[in-house]
Write a protein that binds this ligand. Sequence first.
Ligand code: HEC
Length: 140
Amino acid sequence: MGLLWAGLMAGAAQAENVGQKLYDNTCAACHGAAAVGGFAPPLVNPEQWKAMGEKAPLYFAQVAAAGISGPLEVQGQSYRGLIMPPQSGIPAQDLSLIINYVLKDINGVDALSTTESVASALQAPMTHSAIREIRKGKSL
Ligand code: HEC
């Protein structure tokens, strides 16, 4: 019985989403498990990300590369005085998996990042105010 259980658990662990594991290790402390929010705002916000289209994965890549600060309106709630530090120490490939886990698995968004798009953001991080302009739907 014990061995059977161990075998089943090993199978389940292998099937587990890599992006989710990386998210849990890297982002969940602030954004909560399954991105429901915590100290930091929730990332469960399908209307916002769908409305941004192709800019959603670019926005996430820039937030990861540069961090973000300044006022944010998230689902009618105001977040002020908070600062997210850059996550630029994380390899582009891992960040891309994390971003796609949040956008696709959590929010059902089709526009996703690639390792290349995240690597470009890491090489050219923008200012926080410019990144907030992307969120508002203004041009890059
Ligand atoms: C140390 C805490 C912390 C960690 C770790 C962190 N964040 Fe954040 N994040 C924040 C805070 C705080 C904000 C809000 C900043 C503001 O109000 O301007 C934020 C904002 C964001 C936003 C903007 C949300 C919006 O509605 O526009 C995104 C996207 C985001 N984080 C993604 C991530 C991802 C992906 C990770 C993991 C790679 C991560 N964060 C790790 C604290 C964190």
